[in-house]
Design a protein around this ligand. Structure first.
Ligand code: HEC
Ligand code: HEC
Length: 310
């Protein structure tokens, strides 16, 4: 047997071995998933095709000899065979030039074709289909969809388990952290959390619990921030009732068109945050135009389910 076949056999065995180790050896393996199975089959096919193609050309190099008529010119002593251009290739070459001229002079400017425009149209069409297909899913299925959106779009900042990354993004397992509440009392809030231009005034616009028109005191701010962050429990109920409940509701769950829910997440709130982004004590969170309405709703359901578990 030619040595090259032996090498081909060794390389094939080694590469198939590596493929096996990285696919079957990894956690989960093929998992009965059709995409995984097709990918593994394609990997095996690629190994075989590569090895046999290499063998074919190495064999050819071993036996082929040069023949044919040489052109008169030599380029740095390298000769060139007098082979005519293959007809098919020549025709394609000419057609490409004609098409290039047409595209440059007429096709592009006159049709006003734009890749970005085509992409946007495709995305819009896909989103319509997506929303029609999934419009009826609710409950656990919606939360599952939200989890995959979260893992793709949000985990980079909010962390794999949504418990936030220090200084990068909020902990989404709780509705608000005390420092976030405090920040909004001190500075007010204007992130369009109601979906409208409906800002919350800063501390000087907020009435004090005890004396009607004086600003809320530092001590009261600390107490009420902890109260809200602890899910509306502990000390501070009186301050909340006096200074916050008029807008946020007695239970902190907000009122339509007045103030958002600060007790728990709800889908509507997350959707408006995704539509407008959010600026606050930790930094800025971008708006997420690239998600469609159903995906925003789904990730809202997922986040709501997280904070509900606490
Ligand atoms: C005059 C009505 C009003 C009062 C009084 C008020 N808020 Fe607000 N609050 C709002 C509005 C409106 C928003 C949403 C503003 C926006 O879109 O960013 C808001 C937002 C917030 C936020 C930010 C929510 C988030 O998800 O970022 C916190 C925290 C908050 N309020 C806490 C309080 C506390 C605590 C008090 C009492 C000390 C209080 N608010 C008093 C109207 C009010
Ligand atoms: C580029 C980083 C980044 C990405 C990506 C990101 N966020 Fe945020 N997110 C933030 C930051 C920063 C804040 C805090 C803003 C603040 O200080 O109030 C935040 C806040 C939030 C809040 C409000 C939290 C609260 O306590 O009021 C929600 C809800 C949220 N993000 C959801 C999401 C979802 C859903 C995604 C994925 C679709 C996402 N975020 C992706 C950075 C990010």
């Amino acid at each position: 047997m030619n040595k090259i076949y032996l090498w081909g056999f060794i390389v094939t065995a080694a590469m198939l071995g590596f493929t096996y180790m990285s696919v079957i050896g990894s956690k989960g393996g093929l998992n009965g998933d059709i995409v995984n199975i097709l990918t593994a089959a394609a990997a095996v096919a690629l190994v075989l095709i590569t090895v046999f193609t290499v063998i074919k050309y190495v064999r050819q190099m071993q036996v082929d000899t040069a023949s044919g008529e040489l052109a008169n010119e030599k380029w740095d002593d390298i000769g060139e065979y007098l082979n005519p251009i293959p007809t098919g290739w020549g025709i394609l070459f000419l057609l490409t030039m004609v098409w290039g001229m047409w595209y440059f002079l007429i096709g592009y400017p006159v049709n006003g074709y734009s890749q970005i425009g085509e992409y946007n149209e495709d995305v819009a069409a896909h989103n319509t289909k997506f929303e029609a297909k999934y419009k009826d899913i609710t409950g656990d299925r919606l939360i599952e969809m939200g989890e995959s959106v979260f893992l793709a779009e949000c985990k980079v900042c909010h962390g794999l388990t949504a418990d936030g990354i220090d200084g990068t993004a909020s902990d989404l397992n709780v509705r608000l952290e005390a420092n976030v509440v405090k920040y909004h009392i001190l500075h007010g809030s204007n992130s369009k959390l109601m979906g409208t231009e409906n800002p919350m005034p800063n501390r000087y616009g907020i009435m004090n619990a005890n004396t009607d028109y004086s600003p809320i005191s530092d001590a009261e701010i600390d107490v009420v921030s902890e109260y809200v962050a602890n899910g509306m429990t502990g000390e501070g109920a009186d301050v909340f009732a006096g200074a916050c409940a008029a807008c946020h509701g007695a239970d902190g769950k907000g009122q339509a068109y007045v103030a958002p829910n600060i007790a728990t997440f709800d889908i509507g709130l997350v959707v408006t945050i995704l539509n407008h982004g959010k600026r606050g004590v930790i930094g800025g969170m971008p708006a997420f135009d690239r998600l469609n309405t159903k995906q925003k709703e789904a990730v809202g359901a997922y986040i709501t389910s997280l904070s509900a578990k606490e």
